[in-house]
Design a protein around this ligand. Structure first.
Ligand code: SAM
Ligand code: SF4
Length: 324
């Protein structure tokens, strides 16, 4: 599958729910959210059917995301069905990690390969402030459970927010010294509740890396996790077991090598994270219409690059709508 610019598309991010047990300040509003009505959400069987129809076109890798995917009941069953689609080589999960201690083993047994866990602080009170929910969540316990269950690699995503958690960059980096974890610092994208702040709360990745080098010495180049699909570039504290990555949607764009499309919980295929490029698959799917031509049409309209730097994010209110 190639798009109009020759990019090979083999990676689908599937949002299984718009709901979440957190309300992160950069992602969801505190209240007043109207959830999608259940009939509008693709059933697990419908999600599997989309994957079955796209697999012959070259789809190889999946990421399950949300909202928070672990709050939708029966997630392990979905993963088991996706694992049974022959062409699928790799299944990853994006989660806030709250339910990982209970679910990691079951998900691994169902066929999940790896996990990206989001955590913006290692301090309980601060986690509760940023997530606007106090669920006694300990990210180190959750990531340890993922590693113990055999999920590999385990990546920890940290959104760095000026005035909120930039002082923990070194503590997160320190986690990689003895543990095989890949900590990735993400530049904040000013959407949702933070849209009005424009770029004032963004901490550029160069500043993050400079903080780490000032504490731990010059960073070494690292290959990063073997199985990665994404836009991070990796480095390592000298001799460390894990690595440090940065994801820089604002200071660098990585659209040239974009290999992905996204399926929203209500069945819209989005070809770019930002903007309004999408095709509704739900109604055709429910009517038994083949999806391949719709997919080809979507790829033909995949834009060359996003327009976030021009502050054009289309109708996107929050990344929870489309799973980041
Ligand atoms: N609930 C899961 C989680 O938190 O990992 C999956 C969905 S979440 C929308 C996916 C990723 O998007 C998370 O790593 C989150 O930190 C990131 N994200 C959400 N809003 C963001 C924003 N405004 N800027 C940067 N990253 C954001
Ligand atoms: Fe929920 Fe993830 Fe959004 Fe936080 S970033 S509110 S955990 S979907």
């Amino acid at each position: 599958m190639r798009d109009q610019f020759g990019r090979s598309i083999e990676y689908l991010r599937i949002s299984v729910t718009d709901r979440c047990n957190f309300r992160c300040i950069y992602c969801m509003p505190e209240r007043g959210i109207s959830w999608l009505p259940k009939p509008q959400i693709l059933s697990y069987e419908e999600i599997v059917e989309v994957v079955r129809q796209l697999a012959p076109l070259g789809l190889r890798r999946l990421r399950i995301t949300g909202g928070e995917p672990t709050v939708r009941p029966g997630l392990a069953g979905l993963i088991r069905q996706l694992r049974a689609v022959p062409a699928i080589e790799d299944i990853a999960l994006s989660t806030n990690g709250v339910k990982l201690p209970q679910m990691a083993e079951e998900l691994r047994a169902a066929g999940l390969d790896r996990v990206n866990m989001s955590s913006d602080s290692l301090r309980p009170t601060r986690i509760a402030e940023i997530a606007r929910r106090d669920l006694s969540f300990d990210p180190v316990v959750a990531a340890t459970a993922a590693t113990a269950a055999g999920l590999d690699p385990v990546k920890i995503n940290v959104v760095v927010i000026r005035g909120a958690n930039e002082d923990e960059v070194e503590d997160f980096a320190a986690l990689t010294v003895d543990r095989p974890w890949h900590v990735r610092f993400i530049e904040l994208m000013p959407v949702g509740d933070l849209a009005g702040t424009e770029f004032s709360r963004v901490v550029p990745s160069a500043e993050v890396l400079a903080r780490i080098a000032a504490r731990f010495g010059p960073l070494e180049h690292a290959e990063g996790p073997v199985r990665g699909n994404g836009p991070a570039t990796y480095q390592r504290i000298a001799g460390a077991a894990g690595s440090i990555g940065v994801i820089t949607p604002l200071t660098h764009t990585y659209c040239d090598s974009c290999n992905r499309v996204r399926l929203t919980a209500d069945g819209r295929l989005r070809t770019c994270l930002y903007g309004d490029h999408e095709v509704n698959l739900r109604e055709p799917l429910r009517a038994g219409v083949p999806l391949a031509p719709l997919f080809a049409e979507a790829l033909a309209n995949k834009p060359r690059e996003h327009e976030l730097l021009k502050l054009r994010v289309g109708g996107l209110k929050a990344l929870s709508e489309i799973g980041g």
